[in-house]
Ligand binder design. Structure first.
Ligand code: NDP
Length: 399
């Protein structure tokens, strides 16, 4: 079928590469390109010899001209951006210049403020339309599958959806007192920011971790979860008909929260540069350097994740509820691709999203969030490629 350029060689990229190689009919050729080429080469070494041809390259994705040169050389059908959110705009610029389709798993973030909003990327809509290329935004699990679940609920089960609660539960244990399951800088920026939810067309802001609920997750059990701001709230609030409120909850264990509070209290989670021994350093970036690499957690993490959405709304004038979720086992993921479930649940949808664009199922000029496309082929692909979903038409609701 075609060629994909994968940018980044971290935890999520590793899963994307494994999954593309399993799906060699679509991904005949991939190039893994990242800042540290040795990480790309290590991935190639692991997976070489299969049907998918793998090459690697060094690229600084902050530099449009380097990206353009690489794209012109490799000529991919799509660029899969699984580097960091800071690189989204430069990669989109390079895609525009070379007229190449684009996808990512996280919205653009400027280095100096944690915003979690789509405004910068949505501003590219007209340019992508004119260039005749597709940009698929936020195609991991959350954002990503949560948007596909929402589109699927809207298409098959509701005339209007009034309430969505997205529940992200990680029941896994890696045995460390404190570690993050994906890039620590992005993860800590996300959880130490103020919380917010979308209600009646407006944001309601909360203090970090102010709203706590307990939920009994299928196959995982009872967990504390906390309301966070999350980027898909913004696009779903616009794209889902009849919506009154959307909230996002994530589970955290007490040890994680206690450590985070302490790190915050001493200033280690700050993104303001400070001077240290004559050098400017960002405390959060230094913290990242001393924490375990998320890519190394795979072998030691046991337990399951359960991520899904509870919908409330109306069908044929009747009130209706619907819960759709995926349960993923950390050790099963490790056995299959050498990664824990957080990277797996992000990397599989990223591969599927790229496949949707490459096969033309989700291809139209412009910049889109996942819920703007037909969810059915994506839902089918989730079952096929390792993230089967389950449904409950009478779930316990979150108050
Ligand atoms: P990692 O930190 O493990 O990997 C990031 C990779 O990007 C590294 O290989 C890094 O290179 C590379 N990189 C960073 N800066 C540049 C640059 N300027 N040029 C080229 N390469 C660069 O992160 P994860 O794999 O955990 O996360 C990847 C993305 O997935 C993030 O954007 C994250 O927010 C998103 N994500 C989305 C989720 C979802 O459900 N939607 C869930 C989890 C993550 P180097 O090795 O040199 O540092």
């Amino acid at each position: 079928m075609g060629k994909a350029l994968i940018i980044g060689a971290g935890g999520v990229a590793s899963v994307v590469v494994h999954k593309c190689c399993q799906n060699s009919e679509v991904f005949e050729e991939i190039c893994i390109a990242s800042r540290t080429k040795s990480k790309c080469d290590a991935l190639k070494e692991k997976l070489d010899g299969g049907k998918t041809k793998i090459t690697t390259a060094q690229v600084d994705a902050d530099k449009v001209e380097e990206l353009v040169a690489l794209i012109n050389d490799f000529k991919p059908d799509i660029v899969i951006n699984v580097a960091l959110p800071y690189q989204d705009l430069t990669i989109m610029d390079a895609c525009l210049e070379t007229k190449t389709d684009y996808m990512d798993t996280a919205n653009y973030e400027p280095l100096d403020t944690a915003k979690f909003e789509y405004s910068w990327q949505w501003a590219y809509r007209e340019k992508f339309e004119k260039a005749g290329i597709t940009a698929l935004l936020g195609c991991g699990f959350d954002p990503g599958v949560t948007g596909v679940f929402s589109a699927y609920a809207a298409k098959h089960y509701f005339d209007e959806i009034n309430y969505i609660d997205i529940l992200d539960c990680n029941g896994g244990d890696h045995g460390y007192p404190f570690a993050t399951n994906f890039n620590p800088e992005i993860n800590i920026r996300e959880v130490s920011a103020k919380g917010s939810y979308w209600e009646n067309g407006d944001w309601v802001e909360t203090e970090p971790m102010e709203i706590k609920r307990v939920y009994n997750f299928p196959e995982v059990g009872e967990k504390d979860m906390y309301l966070l701001h999350h980027e898909e709230l913004e696009s779903l609030g616009i794209n889902i008909k009849g919506i009154k409120r959307i909230r996002f909850f994530m589970t955290f264990g007490q040890s994680y929260l206690t450590h985070l509070k302490c790190l915050e209290n001493v200033g280690m989670t700050s993104i303001e540069p400070i001077e240290f021994e004559g050098q400017q350093i960002v405390p959060l970036q230094f913290l990242k350097a001393v924490l375990p690499d998320p890519a190394s957690l795979g072998s030691r993490t046991v337990g399951k994740t359960n991520i899904g959405c509870i919908f409330q709304g109306k069908k044929d004038g009747e009130e209706k509820t619907y819960y759709v979720y995926n349960v993923c086992d950390h050790q099963e993921c490790y056995k299959e691709v050498g990664s824990q479930a957080i990277s797996y649940t992000t990397g599989v949808p990223a591969m599927i999203g790229a496949m949707m664009v490459m096969t033309g199922k989700w291809k139209k000029p412009g910049v889109y969030n996942v819920e703007e496309f037909d969810p059915d082929p994506f839902m089918e692909a989730l079952n096929k490629w390792g993230l089967p979903w389950q449904e409950d038409f009478n779930p316990v609701l979150v108050d």
